[in-house]
Design a protein around this ligand. Sequence first.
Ligand code: UT7
Length: 331
Amino acid sequence: MKIQAAITAVGGFVPETVLTNFDLEKMVDTTDEWIRTRTGIVERHILKEQGKASSDMAAKAVLGMLEKRGISPLEIDVIVLGTVTGDYIFPATANVLADKIGAKNAWGFDVSAACSGFLFSLETASRFIQSGAYKKIVVVGVDKMSAITDYSDRNTCIIFGDGAGCVLLEPNEEGLGIVDSILKVDGSGREWLYQPAGGSMNPPTEETVRNKQHYVHQEGKTVFKFAVTNMADVSYAIMQRNGLTADTVNWLVPHQANLRIIDATAERMGLDKSKVLVNIQHYGNTTSGTLPLCLFDFEKQFKKGDNMILSTFGGGFTWGSIYLKWAYDPS
Ligand code: UT7
């Protein structure tokens, strides 16, 4: 039987400090009521400690996962890490992470796909496993969004939070693991959701700092429209292509950007709410962290053979869906 890449363990970490909607009421002109009803978010976690970055959250998530599975960091072959808030412009955060967890036999790299960072990383790593060249790949989704969030801008600061999640990918020859994927990019959407300065287009200057161009800039309404349509369409398309129905899909694992986008996707797929994983109320939008944090939070409910669809939409624009068969029973 052909080799498929299966998720065989999951990990997650969010920082201790909680920023509630009521805290935000004191910082910008907003209300708990508005945030809850327009987004579904109640609180988010923020990495406050000086000198701590995305790699530190990722390290906690990965070390917790390896410990749970009884695997040494020395056994990891590759680290593929999705983020838009890497510790540095370079080197890659996968590099820093390998050092912090003692993964001395691994190589790795970062994937920049905004909110689709984890999904694109998972697809990439899955192909490495299928090739037969690698046996244990750690796939991470992590973002310290508080590092690029303007806490005087109510359009963005209410949405984002910090967090990390990860999975271990291993070969499976029983027909379990990643079955199919549809991934998309449309660069013409880049100016609706992006960080304007800091890269080679607008290198950092006193002026870029003064103009707040190192923060996330989002035209929320426009992004919302594209997100609703594209995330729903791609999720439905992968169901159709694989002969799945609302009855045979066990779980939808959606990007957690806005509860209304999640609801629209579930509705398009005809899914009952009980099959849709939602933890946006606790974490907000952790960008690359949302999908693996969902897998981590709901792991105990999954059973071997469950049909699962992972879907995202994010800056770039980037979006897509992965269909997988869950590979293990809850312990
Ligand atoms: O994860 C990557 C992809 N990102 C997304 O998927 C995010 C997509 N966008 C969204 O989730 C939503 O667009 C937001 C949550 C960002 C905004 O919600 P919205 O329903 O699209 O609000 P809006 O921008 O259309 O604004 C509606 C009203 C406006 O007032 P007027 O012009 O109707 O008087 C805004 O000024 O709500 C006002 N408003 C707020 N009021 C209280 C905007 N933000 C706030 C706020 N608190 N934080």
